[in-house]
Design a protein around this ligand. Structure first.
Ligand SMILES: *Cc1c(COP(=O)(O)O)cnc(C)c1O
Length: 200
């Protein structure tokens, strides 16, 4: 997924010309801006946008129907709010696997406790899990991604009605270990859009 949050419509169009078809934004307002801008280019192939950022309940309406998949459902409150308005919206559950205090999302124990309730919400279709690894250390990142996969396997085993094929993990600095640990959706910003960024 090309994360277009730091670039404008023109750069997004350039990425489409380069072959990208799947994009993500982290703010509802920016998602609307991109969709409005791209609507002026009907000659372009169809592309998809996902929502990957922290979402406030009062901003949900701008995203529903526009974002194909919301990666960042990090609380039962938000899941319920989406569910009450949507019919049905595909979502991922954000889990704070690494336990860093600065990170949002369910803790592993919280998602173990809430999974049954999430599976039963009618207006959302939970399709997998999302996480962000601590920055700067690929071994720690790998353990975080492996932890996400193991948690997914555990939740699926405990809840036969939950099907969680998608694992959204890996960014510009750590997409290689993410892919090796089973990521199905890597979210790439700088590696796609920033000429200064070099993969180490
Ligand atoms: C910005 C962002 C990314 C992309 O980050 P890069 O390190 O530039 O690849 C991925 N996921 C989320 C949630 C982001 O906010």
């Amino acid at each position: 997924i090309a994360v277009s949050k730091t670039v404008g419509v023109d750069e997004t169009v350039a990425a489409i010309h380069a072959g990208y078809r799947h994009f993500a934004e982290n703010r509802p307002q920016e998602l609307v801006r991109k969709l409005t801008g791209l609507a002026e280019h009907p000659e372009l192939p169809e592309v998809r946008f996902d929502m990957i950022g922290n979402l406030q309940t009062n901003k949900i309406n701008a995203v529903l129907g526009s974002a194909e998949l919301i990666h960042s459902v990090g609380s039962l409150h938000l899941a319920q709010a989406i569910s009450s308005r949507a019919g049905p919206q595909r979502v991922l559950i954000e889990v704070n696997v690494s336990g860093e205090e600065s990170k949002g999302g369910f803790s592993p124990d919280e998602i173990r406790a809430a999974a049954g309730e999430l599976a039963e919400l009618e207006g959302i279709c939970v399709q997998g899990l999302m996480t962000m690894a601590p920055r700067g250390n690929k071994d720690v990142a790998r353990r975080t991604f492996a932890g996400l996969r193991e948690l997914r396997d555990e939740l699926e085993a405990a809840h036969p009605d939950l099907n969680l094929p998608e694992l959204s993990c890996g960014m510009s600095e750590d997409f290689e270990p993410a892919l090796e640990e089973g990521s199905t959706l890597v979210r790439l910003g700088r590696v796609v859009f920033s000429p200064e960024f070099a993969v180490k």
